[in-house]
Write a protein that binds this ligand. Structure first.
Ligand code: NDP
Length: 292
């Protein structure tokens, strides 16, 4: 059976076009233009590209973006002061602090300082807690992107065994938290999974990944997931983005795994574009919530 390539780029484009119409309608009805404040510290080239892509996506959707670019030697205190200003500014609806931050900055303190109502990345403890309790304010962008992709390709998760490899606060844990809910806003078919989480100390990882109906890799190790770790006919979602000599690759050995999987995401062009689309959706939502 031929493998289905889950096209994140096309899916994200469709979502962004829907969002553009939503923003237009909102503004025509007298709402303020949804505005995202992006904070970039230092000169990490990948971070600069990510921030530029997010700004461009905002503009395409009819939103405003406001970038503050701070020098590498910025202190935690200076960053907190900037966040105080952005938190208090009624013209700013969403705040994004681009990670990673330079090592002298206490990242957790900084992220905890973003006002939960403007926390469009959904990293703030209050928003994490609301998600865990099944009443999310904002859905975390990358995991939400994964669910949107499954939804738009009609691959339900209800009753399925989903194995998530990776337990970071940004991807693995919120992904698992969303999958075990009764409904995350996409209907019960796209929640209600039976979830197993793997990590670097998981014994016999391959034995576990082979049990997955849907395997989600969010590890940051190039081509870690090989064909022998995948049950034939499984759906494989590759969140990983790893820069190697021959370009960008995921956490999944794409060429091998595409021969056994029923469906797979490419890297690039898989989950990545959806993350940005979900960030924009959260910015629109934040704007609505702040006007309510
Ligand atoms: P982290 O480094 O924060 O977490 C990686 C996780 O993988 C950890 O839980 C770690 O386990 C686990 N892990 C590491 N090595 C192994 C191994 N050999 N076997 C099993 N588990 C392992 O990464 P992130 O979650 O932030 O990102 C993961 C990947 O996703 C990266 O490539 C990143 O670039 C990409 N990414 C992509 C996004 C997108 O939009 N597509 C967005 C965000 C990230 P332990 O906890 O035990 O250390």
């Amino acid at each position: 059976m031929a493998v289905t390539i889950l096209d994140g780029k096309a899916t994200a484009k469709a979502i962004r076009e829907e969002l553009q119409l939503e923003v237009q309608q909102w503004v025509n009805d007298g709402g303020p233009v949804p505005t995202l404040a992006a904070v970039l510290v230092g000169d990490d080239p990948a971070s600069r590209v990510y921030v530029r892509n997010k700004e461009r996506a905002c503009q395409q959707a009819g939103m405003f973006s406001r970038l503050t670019h701070l020098p590498t030697d910025t202190s935690t205190a200076a960053l907190l002061k900037l966040l105080d200003q952005l938190n208090a500014d009624p013209a700013i609806h969403g705040i994004l602090v681009q990670l990673p931050l330079p090592s002298q900055i206490d990242s957790q303190t900084v992220l905890d300082h973003v006002c939960p109502q403007k926390d469009v990345d959904a990293f703030a403890p209050e928003n994490v807690g609301l998600l865990v309790q099944g009443r999310p304010r904002f859905l975390p962008c990358t995991p939400h992107g994964v669910l949107q992709l499954l939804h738009r390709y009609s691959i339900p998760t209800r009753g399925k065994h989903v194995v998530v490899v990776g337990r970071s606060d940004i991807v693995g844990k919120p992904m698992a938290n969303m999958l075990v809910q009764r409904d995350c806003g996409l209907g019960p078919e796209y929640a209600n999974a039976t979830v197993t989480i793997g990590h670097s100390l998981t014994a016999n990882l391959a034995d576990i990944t082979r049990q997955a109906d849907i395997l989600i890799a969010a590890v940051g190790r190039p081509r870690l997931i090989t064909a022998d770790m995948v049950r034939p006919g499984a759906v494989v979602i590759d969140v990983g983005i790893n820069r190697v000599e021959d370009g960008l690759v995921g956490d999944v050995h794409y060429e091998e795994v595409a021969k056994v999987a029923a469906a797979i995401t490419p890297v690039p062009g898989g989950v990545g574009p959806l993350t940005i689309a979900m960030l924009l959706r959260n910015t629109m939502l934040a704007c609505r919530l702040q006007q309510a």
